[in-house]
Design a protein around this ligand. Structure first.
Ligand code: HAM
Length: 417
């Protein structure tokens, strides 16, 4: 076996799979544009601080999963593990605040050194949207509506459940944090190793621990909603009322806290049971404090990102058909001069936007079989006669009918073929 294989956790997106990716990306772009979002592209790597400050030192994404290296100039650089931090960094460094609200979408590879398994890769692809400069709860609803429309368009909405929760404003979160630490401290030695570490730095994360014993321990923990300020309660109620009005189904999950530190108020995940442990296909929330953390002025923000690898996987599991590309016109010819003519005619048709496939190798029968296999509907057959002249026919693969035609007719009637 060759030594050179793709690195663990990365994969080659071969044409069939890439076709699914492309369809999902393009559908998302179309939906985002319909909702008034504009595309942004930020670099794949940033100064490490951009991620360390925004996602939080204790988040898994930063503490265990970043691809960080020192470049030749001695700078600490990190391959982006997600898109939000880079977009907010760009918002600040490019002075985008003057265009508020900024409604942005992006697509691209992200990198996390996670344990690879189905639906979890070290290089994976996200489509994301971010709204900067809007503190209205209905902006969260608009983002969720965009997510819902997108999932409906790719026929996956009914395979997912929207789980939603609120973390409240900073004050509510602080109060809750204290109450949680007070409850969990006497139980510390019974917690898993990871949760023991989180108890001091990021206790809220203990709520979504996957450890069975942790799960039991948090069952009787204080509940976030008991600590929400009136303003936070109203904000969440407004989001839910908006979802009700738009008839977007959801389930409140009080244990949903999300892994990245920047969230406040609304947090949500669209989850599926079809992908084993990697159930979240689209996730996000509000991050009103992030711009300030990165040295900008206070700017409310909300958005989400969706894992295209997982969506593509789901379309495969659910046998969701991709829209078929238009079938090409086949060129099948016999004799050197005829093959050359087929290359010339196909080139002319392709320039008018008609898709053509030239079958160059094999005998006539083989070429016909290949065209049939490709599912073509029409073929141009070109035969070189004994006297050197060319006979041209159009074959309708559905009826089997063959009609003699001319070179000029083929060129002129590309669309009527
Ligand atoms: P996240 O939950 O870390 O949030 O990732 C969003 C989505 O990316 C996940 O729900 C999942 O579909 C996909 N994903 C994450 N890690 C992997 C992986 N290793 N392999 C395959 N897919 C993966 C964020 O990244 C936030 N920036 C979302 C956001 C935007 N919040 C506000 N704005």
């Amino acid at each position: 076996m060759s030594k050179y294989q793709s690195v663990r956790g990365t994969r080659d997106l071969l044409p069939d799979l890439k076709g699914r990716f492309r369809y999902i990306e393009q559908t998302a772009f179309q939906c985002a544009q319909n909702y008034g979002f504009k595309e942004i592209e930020t670099p794949i790597f940033e100064f490490s601080d951009v991620f360390h400050r925004s996602l939080g030192e204790t988040s898994d994404a930063v503490s265990k999963e970043t691809y960080t290296f020192t470049d030749r100039g001695g700078e600490s650089i990190t391959l982006r593990p997600e898109g939000t931090a880079g977009v907010v960094r760009a918002y600040i460094s490019e002075g985008l605040a003057q265009h508020n609200p900024n409604k942005l979408y992006y697509y691209g590879p992200m990198f996390r050194y996670e344990r690879p398994q189905k639906g979890r890769y070290r290089q994976f692809y996200q489509i994301g949207v971010e709204v900067l400069g809007m503190e209205n709860a209905l902006t969260d609803v608009e983002c969720l509506d965009l997510a819902w429309t997108f999932l409906k368009k790719i026929n996956l909405a009914d395979k997912c459940t929207l789980e939603i929760n609120t973390l409240g404003d900073q004050e509510s979160r602080e109060k809750y944090r204290e109450a949680l630490v007070k409850y969990l401290t006497p139980l510390k030695t019974q917690l898993s190793e990871d949760s023991q570490k989180r108890l001091e730095k990021n206790p809220l994360r203990i709520l979504d621990s996957k450890d069975e014993n942790d799960k039991k321990l948090v069952q009787s923990a204080p509940k976030m909603d008991e600590y929400l300020s009136e303003a936070s309660k109203k904000f969440f109620a407004d989001v839910l009322a908006g979802l009700d009005t738009l008839k977007i189904p959801y389930k409140i999950n009080p244990k949903l806290v999300r892994g990245l530190d920047y969230y406040c108020h609304t947090v949500f995940e669209f989850v599926t049971t079809e992908l084993g442990a990697q159930g979240a296909v689209l996730a996000g929330g509000r991050y009103d404090g992030l711009a300030e953390t990165l040295g900008g002025t206070k700017t409310p923000g909300v958005g989400w990102a969706s894992g295209v690898d997982r969506l593509a996987e789901l379309t495969l599991i659910k046998n969701i058909e991709m829209p078929q590309a238009e079938k090409p016109i086949a060129f099948i010819s016999l004799g050197d001069k005829a093959v050359l003519k087929s290359v010339q005619l196909a080139s002319q048709l392709r320039q008018t936007g008609t898709s053509c496939e030239i079958f160059m190798t094999g005998n006539f029968k083989k070429k016909m079989e290949k065209a049939n296999k490709l599912g073509v509907e029409k073929a141009i057959l070109i035969f070189e006669q004994d006297d050197g002249s060319l006979e041209i026919k159009i074959k309708n693969f559905t009826t089997g009918e063959e009609t003699v035609t001319t070179e000029e007719a083929v060129k002129c009637q590309a669309t009527k073929l």
